[in-house]
Design a protein around this ligand. Structure first.
Ligand code: NDP
Length: 270
């Protein structure tokens, strides 16, 4: 029987994950079926259990279910435990549900593809929501000289930074506490969705700095346009999406697909 996988979200019709996993399956010769399922907002755990009972072997989880997925797991990876969120569910042969988060690995791999050196870098992370919480561990493990988390609600950034202080030099604060220069600026806010730019000083970027917006789309975001005008090299989060999917695929199927061709196909489809 073909193993079934899906992405759960609400809404989820826009998701690129079915396209990405179909490409991975074709490339690796894995016989899987991957669909998008809109889970009801009030019954995520039962939606997953019903899917598993009907041959579901695993799932990706997107907005707004990552915390609920975290809570329903029988076992959690250390990185998911720290992130407090799960974007990958794996059903074991023993019927137990294991949870992991692959967003952070996805970001760090995509940065590496773009030649960004994290070791010794001065890093600014904008935002303190779920996406940022999910990426801080692999970012800090890569050895930056410092990480500043800046958020509209300063207290959230301060609390978040405190949770990761054992892993490296990290501070949190409001946008008014931001003082450059930085070698890498990652926008993990959803401000780009509203076409807004967080209030940031003009002298933010060091020479040869890199700017990364976790959001992606057919057009560069207002953050990416501003970063380019400020002299930084600017890239959107499409590669992160493909890399986190590849890490999920590895967890499910034990195979690492090549991500470059899938990223190119996806870019053309936007
Ligand atoms: P959350 O809702 O958890 O957090 C949103 C964050 O954005 C908060 O820090 C919030 O600040 C801030 N924010 C919202 N609006 C504004 C604004 N107008 N100005 C400044 N700050 C603002 O969202 P997520 O963390 O889940 O997602 C954040 C972004 O990351 C989204 O754009 C999402 O699409 C993207 N993403 C991309 C992925 C990829 O694979 N490429 C994976 C996961 C996420 P406050 O705390 O003050 O409300």
């Amino acid at each position: 029987m073909t193993d079934r996988y899906c992405v759960f979200g609400n809404p989820v019709a826009h998701s690129k994950s079915p396209m990405i996993h179909a490409a991975f399956a074709e490339q690796t010769g894995e016989d899987i079926d991957y669909t998008a399922i809109e889970a009801p907002l009030d019954d995520f755990a039962n939606t997953w259990r019903a899917f598993a009972a009907q041959g579901g072997r695993g799932a990706n989880v997107t907005v707004p279910f990552k915390e609920e997925a975290f809570r329903l797991c029988d076992e959690l990876s250390p990185r998911a435990r720290r992130a407090g969120a799960v974007n990958t569910l794996v059903l074991g042969d023993d019927g137990r549900t294991r949870g992991d988060t692959t967003d952070g690995v996805g970001l760090v791999r995509d940065l590496a593809h773009h030649g960004v050196r994290l070791g010794g870098a001065r890093v600014l992370v904008l935002g303190a929501g779920g996406a940022v919480r999910g990426v801080l561990e692999p970012l800090l493990v890569a050895g930056p000289s410092s990480v500043l988390v800046a958020n509209r609600t300063a207290a959230k950034a301060e609390a978040l930074a405190a949770d990761f202080r054992d892993l490296g030099e990290i501070r949190g604060g409001g946008f008014d506490a931001v003082e450059g220069p930085f070698d890498l600026v990652i926008n993990g806010t959803s401000a780009s969705l509203a076409g807004e730019l967080p209030p940031l000083p003009d002298d933010l970027f060091a020479e040869d700095a890199f700017a990364y917006d976790m959001m992606y789309g057919a057009e560069p975001t207002v953050f990416l346009r501003w970063a380019t005008e400020s002299g930084a090299m600017a890239v959107d989060g499409l590669g992160m999406l493909v890399e986190q999917a590849a890490e999920s695929f590895l967890l499910w199927r034990g195979k690492s697909p090549a991500t470059g061709p899938v990223r190119e196909t996806l870019r053309r489809s936007l």
